[in-house]
Ligand binder design. Structure first.
Ligand SMILES: O=c1ccn([C@@H]2O[C@H](COP(=O)(O)OP(=O)(O)O[C@H]3O[C@H](CO)[C@@H](O)[C@H](O)[C@H]3O)[C@@H](O)[C@H]2O)c(=O)[nH]1
Length: 189
């Protein structure tokens, strides 16, 4: 829907330059450990929830479905380090600054998929903390597998992801362990 709005905006004024970037699953944090994800209330997304289990704020992860048609039955996604995502934006901005009108669309992902259980294991290794989990029902609306084809970003910008799963998990743990409550104060009890 937003893509249609962006294209319509550009078509209405053809001198405008528009870049549409399709994020896959951004995770990780800035290497300083000072900038990271700080969701309000209970995280909806997998990795913030896993991080809060590791840091002791939540007891147990629910794995939303283990009967998908995937190698281990859990959902598979294309996780991308936020710094790779940021670099993708810089490439896109440079490109549209050189254009004289038009709309470009690119997928920003790694092209590789990892399951929920792959992510749990990688985060346990990065943090040295156990992540207790239990199998739960599928979440309505979820797909089994979502993986980017990022060939266009590589062809047009020379962009591809540089940071792997270990760096995603280590940087996220660096942030979460230094800031257990994110940008919020610890609850007073
Ligand atoms: O507590 C949790 C949270 C998630 N998952 C699973 O982990 C994977 C990743 O989930 P999540 O981090 O929520 O990402 P997506 O399911 O890929 O959802 C993203 O992509 C959707 C469709 O593009 C958007 O609607 C969402 O806002 C966006 O977060 C999926 O298999 C989920 O079923 C769990 O097992 N337990």
């Amino acid at each position: 829907m937003i893509e249609q709005i962006m294209r319509g905006y550009q078509e209405a004024d053809t001198e405008k330059c528009v870049s549409i970037l399709r994020y896959f699953n951004p995770v990780g944090a800035h290497p300083s450990g000072r900038i990271g994800e700080s969701p309000n209330s209970i995280p909806n997304n997998l990795m913030p929830f896993v991080q809060q289990v590791a840091v002791g704020r939540r007891e147990c992860l629910s794995v939303f479905g283990n009967d998908y048609n995937t190698p281990d039955g859990a959902g598979v996604r294309d996780y991308i380090h936020v710094d790779d995502l940021a670099e993708g934006h810089i490439c896109a901005l440079k490109k549209i600054l050189s254009m004289e009108g038009g709309c470009i669309t690119h997928n920003l992902g790694s092209g590789h998929g990892f399951s929920v259980l792959d992510m749990v294991k990688a985060f346990e290794e990065a943090s040295g903390k156990p992540i207790p989990y239990k199998m739960g029902d599928r979440r309505p609306g979820d797909l089994a597998t979502v993986i980017a084809n990022a060939a266009k970003a590589k062809a047009d910008f020379g962009w591809e992801t540089k940071r792997g799963l270990e760096e995603m998990c280590k940087s996220a743990w660096n942030w979460q362990s230094k800031n257990p409550y994110g940008y919020e104060d610890a609850p007073k009890d």
